[in-house]
Design a protein around this ligand. Structure first.
Ligand SMILES: NC(=O)c1ccc[n+]([C@@H]2O[C@H](COP(=O)([O-])OP(=O)(O)OC[C@H]3O[C@@H](n4cnc5c(N)ncnc54)[C@H](OP(=O)(O)O)[C@@H]3O)[C@@H](O)[C@H]2O)c1
Length: 250
């Protein structure tokens, strides 16, 4: 299926590795020009951009901390200058600290809320004027199922991401008339190098929570994001889609 992303410009936050990188590669494979945002992983983001251009696509890496509104605005301005517009925003950047709430301190809370909730607010605010120009803009937020069904040890990031769901549903209502959609994909446990030791220690127990009896891979997530970002997603808005091997069914 051709997702008809040729001529579209996408900005993916946290695109240097893992889920964000898989999303960027999937959008590029479908023909979109891709702006890869990173905060600290410059080398990986540049390498991903080179990989896309080597395959005949268009891509460029942009450094910005999404918790910094001025930096996000400057990044979006640069993307629009470089690529001539912006049609798709994927808010994938995230920060999660697994710890018991009672053991956490304000210093633990702020970075997670600043990245996950304010990051999404900043990126949406900077991108929306450009998305609306095209009459078929797309916003896709990436969150975790912890924000919908709760998870011990992830209360702060879950709270921040519940805010993202509310933001996206409200934006879906506000932007619908301009043809811009706003949706969320809500992930179960996707295997990445983070938490590797914890994951290996708990793999059997964790896998039993998933009806399909395996944890996720970044490539389980990317195709659905590409579909929502495509013209085929034009009548899907304000939705939260769980990509979780059946971990949650609400
Ligand atoms: N993996 C899972 O099981 C899982 C489950 C539920 C939800 N999620 C969410 O899904 C998304 C992708 O997951 P993942 O496992 O691929 O995440 P990840 O490996 O932790 O990568 C997160 C990315 O976010 C970027 N980032 C963090 N803070 C940032 C900031 N302030 N400004 C800009 N970029 C920032 C990082 O960029 P740099 O490396 O450049 O700093 C990194 O590339 C994340 O939002 C994550 O919270 C993941």
């Amino acid at each position: 299926m051709d997702l008809q992303l040729k001529g579209r410009v996408a900005l993916v936050t946290g695109a240097a590795s893992e889920v964000g990188q898989a999303i960027a590669l999937a959008l590029a494979a479908e023909g979109a020009a891709v702006a890869l945002n990173y905060r600290s992983s410059a080398e990986a983001a540049e390498a991903t951009a080179r990989q896309i251009t080597a395959q005949g696509g268009r891509a460029k890496a942009y450094r910005a901390d999404v918790s910094d509104f001025a930096a996000v605005t400057a990044m979006v301005d640069s993307v629009v200058r470089d690529f001539g517009g912006l049609n798709i925003l994927v808010n994938n950047a995230g920060l999660a600290k697994r710890q018991r709430f009672a053991d956490s301190r304000p210093d633990d809370w702020r970075p997670q809320i600043d990245t996950c909730l304010y990051g999404a607010i900043h990126c949406c605010h900077a991108a929306i004027p450009h998305l609306e120009k095209g009459k078929d803009g797309r916003i896709v937020g990436v969150i975790g199922d912890s924000s919908r069904v709760g998870e011990s040890g992830l209360s702060i990031v879950a709270a921040a991401r519940a805010g993202v769901v509310a933001l996206m549903k409200s934006l879906a209502r506000e932007l619908g008339r301009s043809g811009t959609t706003a949706n969320v994909v809500s992930l179960g446990l996707v295997e990445t190098p983070h938490d590797r030791d914890w994951l290996e220690q708990n793999r059997e127990k964790l896998t039993r929570l998933y009806p399909v009896r395996r944890l996720g891979k970044p490539d389980d997530v990317a195709p659905m994001v590409a579909l929502l970002a495509s013209p085929y997603g034009g009548w899907i808005t304000g939705q939260v889609l769980s990509i979780s091997g059946g971990y949650s069914m609400v």
